[in-house]
Design a protein. Sequence first.
Length: 561
Amino acid sequence: MSTDPRARSRVIMDGKSRAAARSYFKSIGFSDADLARPIIGIANTWIETMPCNYTLRDLAGPVKEGIRAAGGTPMEFNTVAVSDGITMGTEGMKTSLVSRDLIADSIELMGRAYMFDAIVALVACDKTIPGAAMGLARLNIPSVILYGGSIMPGVYQGREITIQHVFEAIGANAAGRITDDELKAIEDVACPGPGACGGQYTANTMATLMEILGLSPMGSASIPAVDPRKNEQGFRCGQVVMDLLRRGVRPRDLLTPTAFENAIASVAATGGSTNAVLHMLALAREIGMELDIDDFDRISARTPLYLDLMPGGRFTAVDVDRAGGIQLIAKRLIEAGHIDGSAMTVTGRTLAEESATAVETPGQEVIRPLGQPLKPTGGLVILKGSLAPEGAVVKVAGHERSFHKGPARVFDSEEAAMSAVLTRQVQPGDVVVIRYEGPRGGPGMREMLGVTAAIVGQGLGESVALITDGRFSGATRGLMVGHVAPEAARGGPIAALRDGDEVTIDIDGRRLDLGLSQDELTARMAGWQPPTPRYTWGVMARYAACVSSASQGAVLETPGA
């Protein structure tokens, strides 16, 4: 990279021929002095339609102050953002994964259009984090990602709860296990203020791995959204990005194979979301790195589960901060030899150097002591077999069944499955199959938290399994297998399933199989026809036409490339 910190912005700002551009900027308050400094874009995913990103408009203020104090001129712009939780169970949920690539496109386009010298991305809800990382990797200019932070937990009947408990309460209410008044009471207190969903769900999983990857400053992500310390981190990020610019350090300098292995280990050790598989595969694709779905199983198998976090555990993401933060997680994993502390971070210090200052809160129970993990292997497992030749993903926190064999209950949409669950048509021992909800078939690969939580809420979590070519929320718990590939819309074996067919899930054997002979499977698929696209125009139709398999990260492919 050029040693000139204004190498990019100089093209759009300097010289007589750029007088018109400068005149535009002056009309909104920028001075000649402002325009002579490095121009730093602030990619803000603020939006007023959800709590997750609600604080980001204010957080941009201290980021700008940090940039100005370090000699730069900040310019803020917005992207889209979709709340998974709010859209869950509706047609709107199909837009969530689509938004990841639109966010990446937005950041890339704005970076190319305005020739920012560097960028700070403010993120929160699930897809804004990988979307920002993908866009920044494409631009490959000095960049920092700052996570807005977790919501505080709610309190119901003396115990801490999160949005996960609301979804499970819906199922419990449908089963008659709680009253309408109890459901309303849980709804009213589960989300006490702004911030991203409060367990080791997708947002906090992705925020954790961004620190471990080195794209976010160590110690910045685990601070809750409403904590005043978050503004201090905003100012710090403004200064960090200016330091990156002067040193000429870019995202691809940090996104090494070692950094990716470290990040995958952090997901495994924290019991993180299965969505991390999709997003890390997609990020690796952006930089041309070879990363395979089987790598997640390999790394998870050697990485113990060290954190006792929701949805499978006892504690919330805020408890991570109270225990010592993500820096303590990094320190523990480095000491145990599960991640490589020599990897560099945005601060110019190694992961080992950054985490060495972690302070553990005496008596904390969130992050297990060295050598005393909750489980000897991590939370991510990749299954393959006759039902998922390209793979499928399941999250295990240590208490789930490792084997299930049962009859399939087949549904061609999430809505059909949800109706069956809520009307008590699903029985113990069943394997609920939800298909045509994959990247192409949905399109958009909806999360199934409504269905999975309803199953758990009805008391069937220990006796019913679920498989889908769609996704799961990070808040999902139970024996739930997602990302089945090839998906039904691509003619994967899941398309051949019929009610009553035997399905076997073998976690220890890493298998997902259907009880059909190859001849029977071939005969059934001989008459199969691709379904009529659910969208024939607009962004959803373009997405369905271009999206790859979940086993490749559900990335958009360039036709003919």
